[in-house]
Design a protein around this ligand. Structure first.
Ligand code: FAD
Length: 491
C-alpha cells in the first residue's frame, strides 16, 4: 500500500505479474535485487524491514543512468567521483551499440575518445579492478577494441567503487514522475510536486517487468538501433512495401558485419559516414553494390572540412566524393538523385522503384539514412523536443544557431554549450550523448564527455540529491520499521 512520506512517494517498486500460468505467476512476483538478479523464495522471505529500508534509501538518493555506452559509463564515472550512488540500466550488454559496428575503425584517436581523469583512474586501478594498460592517445581503435580495452575495464572500475551497480539486459521501457500524470505538477503554473518526487521507471528483463525509482535520470540511450532508424522512402516515410520487405529480412538498418553478402547484389541507401563505410567494406569484399545517393549529380555527397583535424574522416569523405563522381567503378554503381518510391518483393529479391521511375533490382537493401531518438522512454515526462531534430529543444536551438553561423558542420568545433542547455522542463531529467543530438549526426564522444562534466555541476546544486547523504556502510537512519513495511507494494 503506497503512502506519501516526507514529501517523497514511498510507492517504491512493484513486480508485475506478466505470466499466465500459476507457477510462472509466482515467479514473476519475485522481487529483483539491486544487482538485477531475480531473488529466490528464500531471498523473498529475507526482505526484512531493514532491507526494505535500505532499498528505499537506494531508490531515493541514487541517480539512474540509461545506457552503458561510452557516455553513460563516463556520466556514471563522474557522478560516482562526485559522491553520488548510481545505477546503470543497460538494454543489452556493456557497449552494445559500439559492438554492433565493432569491425569499423573509429576516426577519432584515443586522445578524443577517453577523458584524462578516466584514463588515469583505469591506469591506477582499484581493488577489484586491477590497473590497466590503456591504449595510447594516438591509437585508432576499432569499435570492438574500444569496447574491450576501454568500456569493459571502465565498467569493472565503476562496480569496484561500490557506488555503482550495472544492470545488463535491463531495458527501460518508460519513465514517469512518481504517481503524477503528465498533466499534473506543471512547474510553469506554480505546481512544484515534480521537484520532490522520485522518478519511476518501468524496466524489462527478459519477459519480466518491474518498477524502480531514482531521484535523477540521465538518458544516455543513444540512437543507433534498427527500431529507431529513419525509413527509406522519399520524405522519410516508409516506402510502400518496405515493412513487408523488412519482415522478410531483405532490408537492414545497421552497418553489416563482414561477409554478410557474399555472392549477392546489394543496394546501400544513404550519404553519411555509415553509408560510405559500408560501401568501402563491400568493395573490399567484391560485393556487387548499387549506392543510392539522394544528392543530385551537381553536389558532392560529402562536405569536406578545410584542414580537417580528423584526417581519417576526411579520407573517407574524399573517397566517397571520388566514387560518386565516377558513377560506375568495379563492382560499384552509384545512382545520384535517388529517392525510393516503392519496394516490391519479387521471388525473394527486391525491386526498388525510384521517384524518376528508375528500377533497381537487388537481393538486399542496406538502409543507412540516419537514426532518431526513442522518445517513448520519456513520453510521460515534460520534455520539450525540437520539431526538426527531435533532440531536446534548448540544445537543438544552440546547435542550429551554431550551424547557421558556419560552425555546425564540423563536430570538432562544437562544445557542450553550458549546463542550462541540458535542462528539461522535467526537473532532474537529462538527455546526454548521441541521443542529445536527436537526428543530427554530427555528434562526437568528446562533446558527450563535456556534457557529463556539466551534469555533475548541475546536480551539485540540487538540494534533493545530496551526494554525500548516504555513504556506503553508514548505519541506517532511524526509521519506523512498520512504516517502512508499507512502503513496499506488490501489484
Ligand atoms: C560506424 C560509426 C563510427 C563512429 N565513429 C566515431 C568516432 O570515430 N568518434 C566519435 O566520437 N564517435 C563516433 N561515432 C559515434 C558514436 O557512436 C558515438 O559517439 C558514441 O557511441 C555515442 O555514445 P552514447 O553512449 O551516447 O550512445 P551509444 O554508444 O549508442 O550507447 C547507448 C547505449 O544505450 C543502450 N540502450 C538503448 N536503449 C536503451 C533502453 N531503452 N534501456 C536501456 N539501455 C538502452 C544501448 O544498448 C547502448 O549500449 C561513430 C558511430 C558509428 C555508427
Amino acid at each position: 500500500r503506497p503512502r506519501a512520506r516526507g514529501g517523497i512517494d514511498t510507492h517504491r517498486w512493484a513486480v508485475l505479474p506478466v505470466h499466465k500460468s500459476s507457477s510462472d505467476h509466482s515467479r514473476a512476483l519475485r522481487p529483483i535485487s539491486a544487482s538485477g538478479r531475480r531473488q529466490t523464495p528464500q531471498h523473498k522471505h529475507c526482505l526484512t524491514a531493514t532491507s526494505i529500508r535500505r532499498r528505499r534509501m537506494a531508490a531515493t538518493d541514487r541517480v539512474a543512468v540509461i545506457g552503458a555506452g561510452p557516455i553513460g559509463l563516463y556520466a556514471a564515472f563522474r557522478l560516482v567521483k562526485a559522491g553520488h550512488r548510481v545505477v546503470i540500466w543497460e538494454k543489452g550488454s556493456i557497449g552494445a551499440n559500439v559492438e554492433q559496428w565493432g569491425h569499423v575503425t573509429l576516426f577519432s584517436a584515443m586522445a578524443l575518445n577517453l577523458p584524462d581523469d578516466c584514463r588515469k583512474a583505469l591506469e591506477t586501478g582499484l581493488e577489484g579492478a586491477p590497473p590497466r594498460c590503456v591504449p595510447s592517445e594516438d591509437a585508432f581503435l576499432t569499435g570492438h577494441e574500444f569496447r574491450r580495452d576501454v568500456l569493459l575495464p571502465l565498467a569493472s572500475y565503476l562496480e569496484a567503487t561500490g557506488r555503482c551497480t550495472i544492470q545488463e539486459h535491463c531495458s527501460v521501457v518508460g519513465l514517469a514522475r512518481g504517481h503524477l500524470l503528465k498533466k499534473e505538477g506543471i512547474g510553469a503554473v506554480g505546481d512544484s510536486r515534480r521537484e520532490t518526487l522520485p522518478f519511476r521507471a518501468l524496466l524489462r528483463r527478459n519477459d519480466d517487468e518491474a518498477w524502480e525509482e531514482a531521484m535523477a535520470v540521465v538518458d544516455c540511450s543513444g540512437t543507433y538501433a534498427p527500431e529507431t532508424a529513419q525509413r527509406s522512402g522519399s520524405g522519410g516515410l516508409s516506402a510502400p512495401g518496405e515493412a513487408k520487405a523488412e519482415a522478410l529480412g531483405l532490408v537492414s538498418r545497421v552497418i553489416p558485419s563482414p561477409g554478410s553478402f557474399k555472392g549477392k547484389r546489394v543496394a546501400v541507401l544513404g550519404g553519411g559516414f555509415s553509408a560510405i563505410t559500408t560501401i568501402r567494406k563491400l568493395a573490399d569484399e567484391n560485393v556487387e553494390t548499387v549506392w543510392l545517393v539522394r544528392k543530385a549529380k551537381s553536389e558532392a555527397p560529402y562536405q569536406r572540412v578545410e584542414g580537417d583535424p580528423l584526417p581519417q574522416r576526411d579520407a573517407l569523405a574524399a573517397y566517397g566524393n571520388g566514387l560518386a563522381s565516377l558513377g560506375t567503378s568495379g563492382s560499384l554503381e552509384c545512382v545520384r538523385g535517388a529517392r525510393i518510391q516503392r519496394i516490391d518483393v519479387v521471388r525473394n529479391a527486391l525491386k526498388l522503384t525510384l521517384t524518376d521511375s528508375t528500377i533497381v533490382e537487388v537481393d538486399h537493401l542496406v538502409s543507412l539514412t540516419g537514426y532518431r531518438p526513442n522518445a517513448d522512454l520519456y513520453r510521460e515526462l515534460h520534455v520539450h523536443q525540437c520539431y526538426a531534430s527531435d533532440g531536446p529543444m534548448k540544445l537543438a536551438a544552440t546547435l542550429l544557431a551554431a550551424a547557421a553561423g558556419g560552425g555546425g558542420g564540423d563536430c570538432l568545433k562544437q562544445a557542450a554549450p553550458g549546463a542550462a542547455t541540458l535542462r528539461n522542463p522535467e526537473p532532474r531529467f537529462y538527455i546526454l550523448g548521441m541521443k542529445s543530438y536527436g537526428r543530427n549526426s554530427s555528434f562526437l564522444m568528446r562533446v558527450g564527455y563535456e556534457q557529463c562534466s556539466l551534469l555533475v555541476d548541475e546536480l551539485a546544486g540540487c538540494a534533493t540529491l545530496d551526494p554525500f547523504k548516504a555513504p556506503p556502510g553508514a548505519p541506517d537512519p532511524p526509521c519506523d520499521d512498520a512504516a517502512a513495511g508499507v512502503g513496499v507494494a506488490v501489484a
